[in-house]
Design a protein around this ligand. Structure first.
Ligand code: ADP
Ligand code: MG
Length: 694
């Protein structure tokens, strides 16, 4: 591997040393490269920074000044105010931070600070900053201030002025080394309309205009997406192409009778997905496919046909579900459909009695069990499948890439893989997350499905909501009431499930059977609570989000969600998917303070029942971080610079390029790919390790 100055420990840079190196390590900066890629979080256009002399009361301003004097002033009401007098060539102004006396320890006389906030009148003009950055300390004035002020992500022991000083002294050298990392040819840069790395990083750290910084960021975003796609393309090649998979043979012995026995006909989305799956299974290429579809779109039926295709050709097919109840429900659904065809279904979960478990294992390991449904129990080492031809993973976001691989990674056979997800994610996200999978989408619901009626209500309307719940229960239906927390927290004034459970049972619904389930119960207790609800022994189930997946009760028609503003839209949509599973009209009641500003978000749910639309709105509103939990690698996000909404075009570009490179040169052995190989192994492999399994 070629050595670059960028690999040097940050400690050896000017003005760093061992102590600051420790502080840098705590913010994730270990090498010179790490510092170069520690990019500003904020840019202020200096042309909008106003001369202090010109500031007027009532304005909202950004100003830059030197601290002439400062101190903490007590007021009669006991509030302590930190004040500093700021000065530039045009004049002076007082800056005041009520209730923040600790700033006195942070800001020193002589510091140059950038402040943003309103100008008010208190014994003269006074700015009350909402934001403050120490730009320089003492005489260490930043000479290079161009037209744009940059603000770096700082920390307690690496304040802004220290970071800026370190950059000031090292940035020229860092930028001169940046081209060591360049892996794109001039030709490629032109083709992608991207700047070179050195150019991009210059624009990022010292932009002449704010737009320039974003053009630079796009280059770093491309790099991340390219290497992510590269790793996925390699994994995909290993998974699907290098060694052939099973060539399933369709005899129609089981598939046709199932078609005839099914009480409904498939939606056209189901039929299309099934054709794609059959084609993969019948080819020598190993299938690696994601079946995505909203709650209730009929993924299980599709999976069942795929499993029968494997079984009729003489192979075993296994379906792995995230909870025991769900596994049992799947097994029961399958049994009802295939037992008339003379085929059995074997269930393997951790909750089986010892003799049942032994019997299941024996059936699986002898090969006599063809259709197998289970939980994590299926991937425990002891289980061997002599002829596994198809592995299906339900609710795959509940399993890691490793677990899904564990189901496949059996000596001998190379089973096909179908993963199912009810978390509808926009295509760009699916491409980034599952670049190693092919995608089938169920984008329609079976006919006659009534959308869940969704309403927004204020906490003051709770009594009416409880009346409504009682009415539905009187009709023989069941209801969920979901809370964001298990137990009451002292800091936040939030309703919590276990406290509310007591109140609901004793005061609100004394006549009804009220149950409680949350994540802090043992799995046996959780299981018992959900079973009680499933069996109809409980009318109202008080719950946290543990019910998001893992329970399917057709008789439940009401979903009440307290503090709806605390949940992500996609999560609310999943919760809503717990009702509307039967023939009766179902209701979802979202309770939140109307003043919370969450209304706009919640209206998305009220106005659409389309999970994809909800997911797009969620991504737009909350950003990718939350949705993208599985892209976290430890503490480091896999995507630091790329924004999947804004950079969708780059993602497509990066994927095409990465797949092209891997198709032509799978192991990156060609001389023209050497720089890519070096970057991949040096900088990205660790971060992308989880995608490299295949
Ligand atoms: P998902 O797993 O996608 O949430 P399921 O496979 O559990 O959805 O299907 C939800 C319900 O819809 C089940 O009761 C199933 O029997 C039914 N169903 C599936 N496909 C169809 C169809 N084409 N027409 C009518 N009902 C269907
Ligand atoms: Mg399902």
């Amino acid at each position: 591997m070629s050595y670059s100055h960028l690999d040097r420990p940050v400690q050896f840079l000017k003005g760093v040393g061992p102590k600051r190196a420790d502080s840098f390590a705590r913010i994730g900066v270990v090498t010179a490269r790490g510092l170069l890629y520690h990019i500003p979080r904020r840019y202020d256009d200096a042309s909008t920074v106003r001369p202090i002399g010109s500031l007027e009361v009532g304005e909202e301003v950004t100003a830059l000044g030197r601290v002439r004097s400062k101190g903490v002033i007590p007021t009669r009401r006991g509030l302590r105010i930190f004040q500093a007098v700021l000065e530039d060539e045009s004049g002076m102004i007082t800056a005041a931070w009520p209730g923040q006396p600790w700033l006195d320890r942070k800001i020193r006389q002589g510091d140059t600070i950038l402040v943003t906030g309103p100008v008010k009148f208190f014994h003269g003009r006074q700015i009350q900053p909402r934001e403050m950055t120490i730009i320089a300390r003492g005489d260490d004035v930043d000479e290079r201030q161009g037209l744009i002020y940059v603000t770096y992500p700082a920390s307690e022991d690496l304040p802004q002025w220290v970071l800026r000083g370190v950059f000031e002294r090292n940035l020229d050298a860092l930028l001169s080394w940046a081209n060591d990392d360049e892996y794109l040819s001039e030709e490629a840069l032109r083709r992608f309309r991207l700047p070179s790395l050195a150019e991009a990083l210059t624009w990022i750290h010292r932009p002449d205009a704010i737009g320039q910084a974003d053009l630079g960021r796009r280059r770093l975003a491309f790099d991340e997406l390219f290497f992510l796609q590269l790793v996925q393309a390699q994994a995909r090649r290993r998974a699907t192409e290098m060694e052939p998979g099973i060539e399933h043979v369709r005899t129609n012995e089981l598939v046709r009778p199932l078609h005839e026995a099914l009480p409904f006909s498939l939606t056209s989305a189901q039929a299309t997905s099934l054709r794609e799956i059959y084609a993969d299974m019948q080819s020598t290429r190993r299938m690696s496919r994601l079946l995505q579809g909203d709650v209730g779109s009929g993924k299980t039926a599709v999976a069942l046909f795929a499993m029968l295709l494997a079984a009729e050709g003489g192979y075993q097919a296994a379906l792995m579900a995230p909870t025991e109840i769900l596994a049992e429900q799947h097994a029961a659904t399958l049994r009802a459909l295939v037992e008339p065809l003379g085929v059995g279904v074997t269930l393997l979960t951790g909750g089986l009695t010892a003799p049942d478990r032994r019997a299941a294992l024996e059936a699986i390991e002898s090969g006599s069990a063809r259709l197998i449904v289970g939980t994590h129990a299926l991937i425990q080492d002891k289980v061997t499948f002599p002829s596994l031809g198809l592995a299906v993973v339900d609710e795959q976001h509940r399993f890691g890439v490793r677990q899904r691989m564990a189901l496949l990674d059996r000596p001998g056979l190379r089973p096909d893989l179908l993963v199912m997800s009810a978390t509808p994610i926009p295509r760009s996200l699916a491409m980034a997350l599952y670049g190693d999978l092919d995608l089938s989408v169920l984008d329609e619901l079976p006919p006659g499905r009534m959308p869940v009626k969704t309403v927004l209500r204020a906490p003051t309307q709770r009594d009416e909501i409880y009346d409504f719940v009682a009415q539905e229960v009187a009709k023989g239906r069941q209801a969920y009431i979901v809370y964001p927390l298990v137990a009451e927290s002292e800091k936040i004034d939030l309703l919590a499930a276990s406290d509310e459970f007591e109140r609901l049972r004793a005061e609100v619904f004394p006549e009804l059977r009220v149950g409680l389930v949350h994540g802090q119960l043992s799995s046996a207790e959780k299981d018992a609570a959900m079973r009680g609800f499933l069996a109809g022994d409980v009318d109202v189930l008080v719950a946290t989000t543990v019910i998001e997946v893992g329970i399917d009760v057709a008789n439940a028609t009401v979903m009440v969600i307290e503090h709806a503003e605390r949940f992500g839209l996609s999560q609310l949509h999943q919760l809503r998917g717990r009702v509307g599973r039967g023939a009766d009209e179902s209701h979802c009641v979202l309770i939140s303070e109307p003043s919370d500003g969450a209304d706009e978000r919640l209206k998305v749910l009220r106005d659409t029942s389309d999970g994809f639309e909800v997911a797009r709105a969620d991504l737009r509103i909350r950003g990718q971080g939350d949705l993208f939990g599985s892209l976290q690698h430890g503490r480091d996000p896999v995507l630091r610079f790329a924004d999947l909404m804004r950079d969708e075009d780059l993602l497509a570009l990066a994927q095409r390029e990465a797949r092209g490179v891997i198709a032509a040169d799978p192991d990156l052995e060609a001389p023209e790919h050497e720089r890519i190989r070096v970057q991949l192994h040096g900088r990205y492999r660790d971060r992308l390790e989880m995608y490299a399994v295949g």
